[in-house]
Design a protein around this ligand. Structure first.
Ligand SMILES: Cc1cc2nc3c(=O)[nH]c(=O)nc-3n(C[C@H](O)[C@H](O)[C@H](O)COP(=O)(O)OP(=O)(O)OC[C@H]3O[C@@H](n4cnc5c(N)ncnc54)[C@H](O)[C@@H]3O)c2cc1C
Length: 410
């Protein structure tokens, strides 16, 4: 970008300059880019990888469902808002004809419903009580007894549980691609481009490459580059990578389970000849390899979900199973980190710097809610989310905590 463009932007004033840089083309960056592009912003999207959805967001399938709680705590409220926002957003992408484009490439999503089986009798009683107390609409959540759970998924199971009829499997990588296709005219993509540092000058944010060259400039910069954000923004930001591995299993067309089933882990229905079972979760482990030990853990979880399901898998073949490893950007309180960046290093951050991060194990769930929150904040709209909830997600929440705790890996 040239200096004359920069001068022009200053003359226009930031409020009229509808340009934004989005750093990261995973679920966080691509959904935010989509929501801003839909409001007429011109987006420069930068990612070090060769295309969208190649980091944590590169799995073939993940789960979309909320997480109710007896006291309807913050996590429960935000997962409900996130579940509904992502469901609406995926439906809009689907209605725009974008799902059809991925039919030959694993699909965009499958609204099969999600069965969340109780892990033991105490958990089953809790699940039952939450539904009885909260009386959710039946098309959102109901409790199903063991026999109905087995009929829903098409496999004998050990427990009843929650049935989310609107729950779904989602292909995160195709979701990222669809986000960028929907308003493609407003999104300029730059892959294999690593941002080494960011700086603010004369009302504009700039992203720089390692050779010192300016990659882009705009009045707004959205930092959505997962755990690398800590390097750019400072140690006050407690985002750490959490390793996870998914196991890929061959699946005959129409074979059970018919819906996504969760019970400590998850398993998807058949998707283009495959099903996906996961996932492991390990902090302080940077090994990118697909490991036999993690496959064994996933298969043990699979057997806990659907008893006897993995009996047909030859133990000697486990080491050769395909799979995928990714690194979730995890926050210490399991809530996403979304909003204005309060600090750059040790100094207060100038305006126009935004963070979408800390998606942890729920990136699909948080994505559309986070993207809308940032778009609301940038264009000055009234937030679609309750103010208290929006504040609970703000990056500034970590400044109120003792530095010792904020810097500790969760
Ligand atoms: C095994 C596993 C299973 C999961 N299952 C589920 C599930 O069932 N349901 C669910 O909701 N979520 C699930 N998740 C979580 C979800 O996938 C993540 O929360 C989400 O992908 C995080 O998205 P992100 O955009 O923040 O990060 P990423 O997808 O990692 O994107 C960050 C991007 O930033 C780029 N980048 C980083 N640094 C730079 C730089 N300096 N310059 C340029 N580019 C840079 C990277 O290349 C990358 O593309 C799972 C995750 C894993 C790993």
């Amino acid at each position: 970008m040239t200096g004359s463009t920069a001068r022009h932007a200053i003359v226009l004033g930031a409020e009229n300059d509808k340009r934004a840089i989005v750093l990261g083309a995973g679920l966080a960056g691509s959904t935010t880019a989509n929501r801003l592009a839909a409001r007429g912003y011109a987006i420069t999207l930068i990612d070090a990888a060769g295309g969208p959805g190649e980091g944590a967001s590169g799995n073939r399938a993940g789960v979309l469902r909320p997480l109710p709680a007896r006291d309807d705590n913050l996590l429960a409220q935000v997962t409900r808002a996130g579940f509904l926002a992502t469901s609406r957003h995926l439906q809009a992408l689907d209605n725009a004809g974008l799902a059809a484009g991925f039919a030959a490439n694993g699909g965009l999503w499958g609204k099969t419903g999600v069965l969340h089986l109780a892990r033991d009798a105490v958990h089953e009683a809790t699940q039952r009580r939450i539904v009885a107390d909260q009386q959710p609409p039946a098309d959102y959540l109901r409790f199903v007894e063991r026999d109905e759970a087995a009929a829903l998924c098409g496999w004998p199971v050990d427990a009843g549980g929650w049935w989310f009829p609107g729950g779904a499997w989602v292909s995160p990588a195709n979701y990222c691609r669809a986000n960028l296709l929907q308003h493609a005219a407003n999104i300029s993509t730059h892959y294999t481009t690593r941002v080494e540092r960011i700086a603010h000058d004369h009302g504009l944010w700039r992203a720089f490459a390692a050779d010192g060259g300016c990659l882009a400039e705009a009045p707004h910069l959205v930092v959505a580059n997962a755990a690398d954000a800590r390097r750019l923004l400072g140690d006050w930001l407690p985002v750490f990578p959490a390793r996870g591995q998914v196991t890929h299993l061959p699946a005959a067309a129409g074979s059970p389970p018919r819906c996504v089933v969760c019970r400590l882990g998850y398993v998807t229905p058949e998707i283009a000849g495959q099903r996906y079972a996961g996932a492991t979760f390990l902090m302080k482990d940077n090994d990118p390899a697909v490991r036999a030990t993690d496959h064994a853990e996933n298969l043990a979880k699979l057997d806990f979900i659907l008893p006897g399901f993995s009996a047909g898998i030859d133990p000697a073949a486990i080491a050769t199973l395909p799979g995928r490893t990714g690194f979730r950007p995890a926050s210490p309180d399991r809530l996403p980190i979304v909003g204005a960046v309060p600090k750059l290093g040790d100094a207060p951050a100038p305006p126009g710097l935004w963070l979408v991060n800390g998606f942890g194990a729920r990136g699909i769930v948080w994505s559309a809610l986070a993207g809308e929150l940032i778009a609301d904040a940038i264009d000055g709209s009234r937030p679609g989310l309750d103010r208290g909830l929006a504040e609970a997600l703000a990056p500034a929440r970590f400044l109120d905590r003792p530095r010792r705790r904020a810097n500790k890996a969760p």
